[in-house]
Design a binder for this molecule. Structure first.
Ligand SMILES: Nc1ncnc2c1ncn2[C@@H]1O[C@H](COP(=O)(O)OP(=O)(O)OP(=O)(O)O)[C@@H](O)[C@H]1O
Length: 557
């Protein structure tokens, strides 16, 4: 379908589902407003269906790319009003399966052999069919039962086309909608584009699955099916077939006698292990992707599938996240605010007092609820909403984590409504912090980071110089923040000068060793007179400067 025809179809669906009540909030340019005036709204009388419901129906009419977009949007409760997020959550993929013969052709083309030579059996009628891919059951020549996931033919083109139109709409909204600048629809579409294109690459999904499987070998928490790498291409993925009870099927779980409390707690533990131990987490934890192995009902474990979306965090993000969660539960909002500044999530010029007060306002009500209802995901969601007001740049890795956390908590509480998240997660977080900060962990971290530090050292003077320049520029544009900037500039300037002198001191001592023609150890033992003058120079360079001490004392005051 050409882009123009697609645009006409979108306009038609907007009229058909009377989405004009969204458009009235947007200050559109005059020609578009005139066009809308003549749109055939009258052909489609507004019925009593709610606006969320109408948006959901419209997205379903627009096809799989929009449906998936709506599903993802439904998890962005930081952006959408509750009623709309709830309606979008119920979006259903209503895409008909594509013929099994077509799936076979793609498999044969990509794997380079007829299906009969690749598999002992291949079921041409699909096991499941979704917007992006279709899954068929098969059996390898070894007798291993597998599933074959095949990307829907032609879907890439449809996605490209629909994403281009979404950008068009998002740019319009961003420019003409009063909330556009705050909610940044273009960013939301860019986020979605990344996700959907990642899902199109099954090689990537296979790699994610392999990594997760390696992280949990023989685990009693979670089982990850094996990937058969000889049968993987961008469009085809062959993976061990798993059998389990769908996590949403409570009746079947109860019938199997699965211990639901253990299961709920294991869900939280599995998530925190992925986030903090491995920094690699399954980020598409909706109930359709989780099954339960209840062969040992007293110690059931999870089985995960669909590894298209995963999240990772840097060690710094991990530490700040753990400290934020701990500070939140201690109701230490000052620390939460300071951590945001330290981590660079909000600008260094943020007024910590105001930020702290805003965090307190949104977090205190969370503690009004019984402890077992407290949600880390809700806390992070509220926190990000506040932090955005304080110019927090969107941190995609943290938004992904917060969404996954909400899913994990929802899942846990559905299994066992009395799940006490804090009691389950607190020891884990404290233990992790202790291991990271206790001497062996600290030494390990330092040893891991030492090569990076050494590598960056020669660039340090330039970086400090650049930072100084930027601060000076900032200073001239923003007088109101002058005091903060001056203090920052002074600190950077002290660090730059100290750094230069340390380098020179190192050169002096190194030079003295070279001049003496001895080994370093010998030199230290004997300190020949010829080197005294260089050592004295080094000592002079290392001595703290008076103006530095004064500036520091002034800042401390
Ligand atoms: N390893 C497996 N063993 C058994 N069934 C599987 C396996 N992998 C996938 N399936 C079945 O196929 C369905 C779709 O798989 P998957 O979720 O990976 O596809 P998808 O296209 O990414 O779907 P969506 O993104 O809509 O969740 C699953 O819900 C499940 O029923």
């Amino acid at each position: 379908m050409s882009r123009a025809r697609r645009l006409v179809r979108i306009t038609w669906v907007i009229c058909r589902f009377r989405l004009d009540d969204f458009l009235h909030q947007v200050r559109l340019p005059l020609p578009v407003r005139l066009l809308l005036l003549f749109a055939p709204w009258h052909l489609f009388p507004r019925n009593k269906v709610s606006r969320g419901e109408r948006l959901r129906l419209a997205l379903e009419q627009l096809g799989p790319v929009f449906v998936k977009f709506g599903q993802i949007l439904s998890t962005r409760r930081d952006l959408l009003p509750e009623d709309m997020a709830d309606a979008l959550r119920d979006l259903q993929d209503r895409v008909p399966p594509f013929p099994g013969e077509q799936a076979q052709q793609i498999v044969e083309h990509d794997l380079g052999k007829p299906v009969g030579e690749l598999f002992r059996a291949f079921d041409a009628s699909p096991l499941a069919s979704a917007s992006v891919a279709q899954v068929h059951a098969a059996e390898l020549l070894t007798g291993q039962e597998v599933v074959v996931k095949v990307i829907r033919p032609g879907i890439e083109k449809v996605i490209h086309q629909d994403i281009a139109l979404m950008y068009l709409l998002a740019r319009l909204l961003q420019r003409h909608w009063p909330d556009g600048r705050r909610l940044r629809p273009v960013e939301v579409v860019a986020d979605y584009e990344q996700t959907i294109f990642d899902e199109l690459d099954l090689q990537r999904e296979a790699a994610n699955a392999s990594q997760l499987r390696r992280n949990f070998p023989d685990s009693t928490l979670i089982y990850i099916p094996e990937v058969f790498w000889n049968f993987v291409s961008r469009r085809v993925l062959v993976m061990e077939r798993i059998y389990g009870i769908p996590v949403a099927d409570m009746a079947a779980l109860q019938e199997a006698g699965a211990d639901l409390r253990i299961l709920a707690e294991k869900g939280v533990e599995t998530f925190f292990t992925q986030v903090f131990r491995d920094s690699f987490f399954h980020a598409d934890m909706h109930p359709g992707n989780i099954f339960i192995d209840a062969s040992n009902p007293r110690d059931p474990r999870y089985i995960a599938i669909d590894f298209g979306i995963v999240g990772t965090l840097t060690p710094a993000d991990q530490t700040y996240l753990a400290r934020n969660l701990l500070a939140f539960f201690n109701r230490d909002y000052r620390q939460v605010a300071e951590l945001h500044v330290q981590s660079g999530w909000v600008p260094a010029t943020t007024r910590v007092n105001e930020f702290e007060a805003a965090i307190r306002t949104v977090c205190e009500p969370i503690f009004e609820r019984p402890l077992k209802e407290i949600s880390f995901g809700q806390f992070l969601l509220r926190l990000f909403q506040v932090a955005r007001r304080f110019n927090m740049e969107v941190q995609p890795q943290l938004v992904l984590l917060q969404k996954t956390l909400l899913n994990v908590e929802g899942l846990g509480r559905q299994l066992y409504p009395d799940l006490d998240l804090w009691r389950t997660a607190h020891p884990f977080l404290e233990d992790w912090m202790y291991q990271r900060l206790a001497p062996p962990g600290l030494i390990k971290t330092m040893r891991e980071q030492l090569p990076d530090w050494l590598e960056q050292t020669p660039e340090m003077p330039q970086l400090l110089h650049d930072a100084l320049k930027q601060l000076t520029r900032l200073e001239s544009t923003n007088r109101s923040e002058e005091k903060v900037l001056t203090s920052l500039r002074d600190e950077v300037s002290i660090a730059a000068s100290r750094h230069r002198r340390y380098w020179l001191a190192t050169l002096c001592v190194g030079g003295a060793v070279v001049v003496s023609d001895m080994s370093t150890l010998e030199w230290f033992r004997q300190l020949p007179p010829s080197s005294w003058i260089l050592v004295a120079a080094a000592a002079y360079l290392l001595w703290p400067r008076r103006n530095e001490t004064e500036i520091k004392a002034e800042h401390d005051r």
